[in-house]
Design a protein around this ligand. Structure first.
Ligand code: DAH
Length: 402
């Protein structure tokens, strides 16, 4: 599992280094040293080894030249088999440029547009939107410019995809904050694909999508309030994000949790009470003054937030597995359409689609149960009625069996 930028987990760092792997292997050879905690470190070992180039071949052919946000990207520039400073695989390269967040009928695009609508409605179109910025960024942009400490675990080759020692696939959309501030923007939203080396399960995938929001205030805005600049920004931030959460989830209970991010102080997480548990929605805070100072905004105060679109979309659309977002199968893509936030996902067979309709004449005495007997007799006990084909057409026997 990759480590979030906000979390400080020195013990996770320890577990994910190569010496930890060696130690785990030694422990395996010596059962008396073997403990549950070491087993945990071993479970990460395959990803530590993934820099080994023999794992890099993906099954499908992929485009070898892309253009994103005006930047041309050649596959050979990003995947370099013999370069020890490069750990980008073919399968990761194949995701660059797919930009699920720019597809209006895809759950990720639908959610992005709903958030855009919220900001447009509440800020009269002041927030400028960026969703086509190239994901190849410098180490400086990804980490240094947002004050990620030199020894932070997220900088490791284990957690981040390095193109070379100075260039990464961005691991968060915060990588664009500094440049946009420098360019003079004071209200902006950045949406993009982000990349983190990660474990394999239904909630983790090495490519996902984030949205970053930044708002800068000038002294003329906070002075009349009588509040100090930081309290003014924090109050505005909380109000704005509570409104967003209500727009997405309805009248839910919410709470603010203090946390740590290198780029904000104070830093918070917003949680909502949804489907009987507290769920983290986003991270945010008042931008570190040092970031503003370095980017020509010394006299200002700002807030920033970052949210993971998959996490929210999985809840809103009831999509149970993060890998489903990448399907091009019509059985997935046809379930969603632009503007329809929160349509509930209908599960389908994990087997490839196989359309074979069959019609036959029946006499009046033939019942549904007669049909079931015939089907079960031929297809065996594991045959199932397709849940979404029930009561299609007028006849009781128009059903689909898979
Ligand atoms: N970059 C953070 C992450 O990827 C998310 C985040 C948190 C962004 C707080 C922000 C922020 O702008 O203020 O985990």
């Amino acid at each position: 599992m990759a480590t979030g930028i906000g979390r400080q987990t020195p013990c996770a760092l320890l577990l994910r280094t190569r010496p930890a792997l060696n130690h785990a292997l030694t422990s395996l050879a010596n059962p008396s040293l073997f403990s549950a905690r070491r087993l945990f470190s071993l479970s990460f070992s395959s990803s530590s080894l993934a820099t080994n180039k023999q794992h890099k071949r993906g099954p499908q052919p992929i485009l070898s030249l892309l253009e994103i946000g005006g930047v041309k990207i050649g596959k050979d520039d990003v995947v370099r088999e013999n370069d020890p400073t490069n750990n980008v695989t073919d399968s990761i390269f194949s995701k660059i440029g797919l930009q699920l967040h720019r597809r209006d009928n895809h759950p990720i695009g639908i959610l992005k547009n709903a958030i855009y609508d919220y900001f447009d409605a509440n800020y009269g179109g002041k927030f400028i939107k960026f969703d086509d910025i190239c994901p190849l960024v410098s180490v400086k942009e990804n980490f240094d410019d947002v004050l990620v400490p030199a020894n932070h675990v997220s900088r490791s080759y284990n957690d981040t995809y390095y193109v070379d020692a100075q260039t990464v696939l961005r691991c968060h959309t915060s990588a664009h904050q500094a440049e946009l501030l420098r360019r003079g923007h004071s209200h902006f939203l950045v949406t993009g694909d982000v990349y983190r080396r990660d474990s394999i399960d239904s909630t983790h995938y090495p490519v996902f999508h984030q949205m970053e929001g930044v708002r800068v205030f000038s002294p003329a805005e906070w002075i009349p309030s009588g509040l100090d600049a930081t309290s003014y920004a924090a109050t505005d931030l909380k109000k704005s994000l509570e409104g967003l959460a209500r727009r997405l989830f309805g009248a839910v209970e919410m709470r603010w949790v203090d946390t740590y991010f290198p780029f904000t102080n104070p830093s918070f997480e917003l949680e909502i009470y949804f489907q009987e548990k507290w769920m983290e929605v986003l991270g945010c805070g008042v931008t570190e003054q040092e970031i503003l100072r370095r980017n020509g905004r010394l006299d200002n105060i700002a807030w920033a937030f970052g949210l993971g679109l998959e996490r929210l979309a999985m809840v809103l659309f009831e999509i149970p597995d993060i890998r489903l977002f990448w399907l091009t199968d019509k059985r997935f893509t046809s379930q969603f359409s632009g503007g329809q936030l929160g349509v509930k996902f209908n599960p389908f067979s994990k087997f490839p689609p196989c359309y074979k309709d069959m019609s036959f004449w029946i006499n009046d005495s033939f019942t549904e149960n007669n049909l079931c007997e015939v089907v079960r007799g031929i297809a065996g006990d594991l045959v199932e009625e397709h849940p979404h084909m029930r009561s299609v057409g007028e006849s009781r026997s128009f059903k689909r069996y898979v």
